[in-house]
Design a protein around this ligand. Structure first.
Ligand SMILES: C[S@@+](CC[C@H](N)C(=O)[O-])C[C@H]1O[C@@H](n2cnc3c(N)ncnc32)[C@H](O)[C@@H]1O
Length: 268
């Protein structure tokens, strides 16, 4: 992990926690249902961010270990733990490609929209497999291609409209966007019973401004683009993008976005 990549997540931790988490929660809820973890389970949430899945899981399991490479994200999670008086979530700052837990520790392992950012995904998957007890289940999520998500299609059209030279997103068949690649990488890491399923959620917004804020304030890639742009220029570009969204988005209309949920079991 480069320091730059970590810092990028640090910088958006507040926006992510306040605005993006809400959108991620239903996917985490789905992942917990798929894993079917019970009251005695010990689980790990790798690339937990501000603890979206970890906090949902806490009342339902014995113990949650939550780890993220961004200290600012983990600080947000620690604050939530203190506010909620939660006693069974252990936090750590660390790299998902080199987990510090002994092999065979967990009944279930999760990484929601995390492994997709790892420079070495194979290492990330194999670490998830290593820390599971035999037969334990991993659930990993990653976004489906933008073309399958009307919400993301609209947002990326706004980027193209507002940011000169912003390239139309191209399908990346070598990434986890491609369910065959997803399945192959999980299998190569040692998981058995690997399955990759689509899960869609819909979101509605009261205004184009709300849609813009909720989808961009916690986005590390977009905030990096903003920081690389002169502030006065960005102000105009941002205004153009919000205007573009106002012309196309009817407030209250639900728009869907689709993720892949990959599941696999550690070999028995
Ligand atoms: C899109 S957020 C997902 C957060 C959360 N899991 C969720 O569902 O909302 C991606 C997270 O991955 C973390 N991350 C990126 N690379 C990482 C790595 N190598 N090890 C651990 N965390 C990493 C980032 O710091 C960020 O918090």
């Amino acid at each position: 992990m480069t320091d730059d990549a970590v810092t990028r997540w640090d910088r958006v931790a507040e926006g992510y926690d306040e605005l993006t988490s809400e959108m991620m929660r239903p996917f985490a809820e789905r992942a917990l249902t798929v894993a079917g973890v019970g009251g005695r389970a010990r689980i790990v949430d790798v690339a937990t961010g501000p603890g979206v899945l970890a906090l949902l899981a806490a009342p339902r399991v014995r113990e949650v270990c939550a780890v993220d490479v961004s200290e600012a994200m983990i600080l947000r999670l620690r604050r939530a733990i203190m506010r909620g008086g939660i006693g069974n979530v252990l936090t750590g700052v660390g790299d998902g490609q080199r987990l510090r837990y002994p092999s065979g520790t967990f009944d279930a392992a999760f990484s929601m929209f995390g492994v997709m950012f790892f420079p070495d995904r194979a290492q990330g998957f194999s670490e998830l497999c290593r820390v599971l007890r035999p037969g334990g289940m991993a659930v990993v999520s990653s976004w489906a291609p933008i073309a399958q998500s009307p919400l993301m299609t609209l947002l990326f059209e706004a980027f193209q409209h507002g940011i000169p030279g912003f390239a139309a997103p191209q399908p990346n068949t070598a990434s986890l966007e491609n369910p065959q690649v997803f399945e192959r990488e999980m299998s190569a890491a040692g998981f058995t019973d690997v399955q990759v399923r689509a899960h869609a959620e819909s979101f509605a917004y009261d205004s184009a401004e709300e849609l813009w804020d909720k989808l961009t304030r916690g986005s590390a890639p977009l905030q990096a683009t903003r920081e690389a742009t002169d502030p006065a220029v960005w102000k105009v570009q941002e205004q153009n993008m919000i205007e573009f969204l106002s012309e196309r988005y009817v407030p209250g209309t639900p728009l869907s976005t689709t993720a892949w949920l990959g599941t696999g079991r550690a070999p028995v």
